[in-house]
Design a protein around this ligand. Sequence first.
Ligand SMILES: *Cc1c(COP(=O)(O)O)cnc(C)c1O
Length: 415
Amino acid sequence: MEISKELFAKSCKLIPGGVHSPVRSFKGLHQTPLFVHHAKGAYIYDEDKKSYIDFCMSFGPLILGHAHKKVSEDITHAISKGWSYGACEKYSLELASFIVDNISFIEQIRFMNSGTEAVMTAIRLSRGITGKDKIIKFDGCYHGHSDSLLIASGSGLVTDDRTASSAGIPDGVKNDTLVLELGNLELVKQVLEKYHKEVAAIIIEPIPANFGLLPQKADFLKGLRQLATEYNTLLIFDEVISGFRMGFGGMAQQLSITPDLVTYGKIIGGGMPVGAVAGLQKFMKHLAPQGDVYQAGTLSANPLAMVAGLSTLQELTADHYQTLEQNTQNIVGLFKDWLQNSPEAKSWSNYEVINKGSLFWIKSDGQGTKFADFYQLLLQKGIYLAPHAFEVGFCSLAHNEAVQEELKERLWKTN
Ligand SMILES: *Cc1c(COP(=O)(O)O)cnc(C)c1O
């Protein structure tokens, strides 16, 4: 970690907190972040030339693994023809067709640059369509860092006790975001009865994966669909993580629930900066220039992101999803076995491992010293988790049997 340490010290002078996104900072982990030199398959290599099995995978986009050969070739081919036109091109058309052809509830899609932008647009679109201002979101879901979505519920269940999770958010914005308890359909119903004339949309991660992994009952999500229809408000599924991961059509397809709008990011750009809003034409047509809800972007539908996205999505066959889930189950089994049976892990034997599809979460006691020690030990062993107790683990197709063997060896080897 010597070189990484020096680089981080330099970074802290030039960049607030030394990082370009807070979750990279290793805050609370009693150490400084490693600096990645390069990555391949399931491994990242730091500036100190140490290798790590990567379970962060850039926080989700790299479902095929790092530097996947075909994706890399497709990007290289595209880059020779220029990489930004600010004009119409065929790459985004091909990606749009591929998605619309394969997901039944999508007729139109608009590409942008990040998941945050996608969610922000979906909210504006809902407000534009319904002529209403308020939104309902749930405690324990993350939807990017736009103002109206950085509101958390306070200590109480109901909606008058809201706090902004960031400084700089106006009260007016706070008043328009109702934050409810996950899984409590009765509460959603009560709030809609009271506020339905004002609620433009209900937004949810259909499998919340940003404050640990919090799988929801199908009945709750189906109930939201019914209530949204009943009270004339839109249902937005934020599938920025789960889209193309919990099967091609994400949770919506898995549960046969049709959201009015869906937001994507992460996998849909294959590791390049991207976001997308999609849905039926009757909703999407309200976006400018066809409709009166404005949205734009200098680098939107960037050719390299479109190529990386299409190249990635084309690899995601039913067989590959099965392999991916099997990889994940094996890996979860290895972590569980080590946590329960290794003398070295005895301080953490109460940690559980929760798994859904190719996501897993090592459920700890939160961000205390005990977790910091756990994290540090794994790092020493050459195992890289996303650097926070509430971040989930991501598996990829590159986490194959050879990597699983290596994981087992690294877990059990003691110095
Ligand atoms: C990552 C994420 C976002 C934000 O996407 P960015 O590309 O980081 O802006 C929004 N919603 C969910 C569910 C996410 O996981």
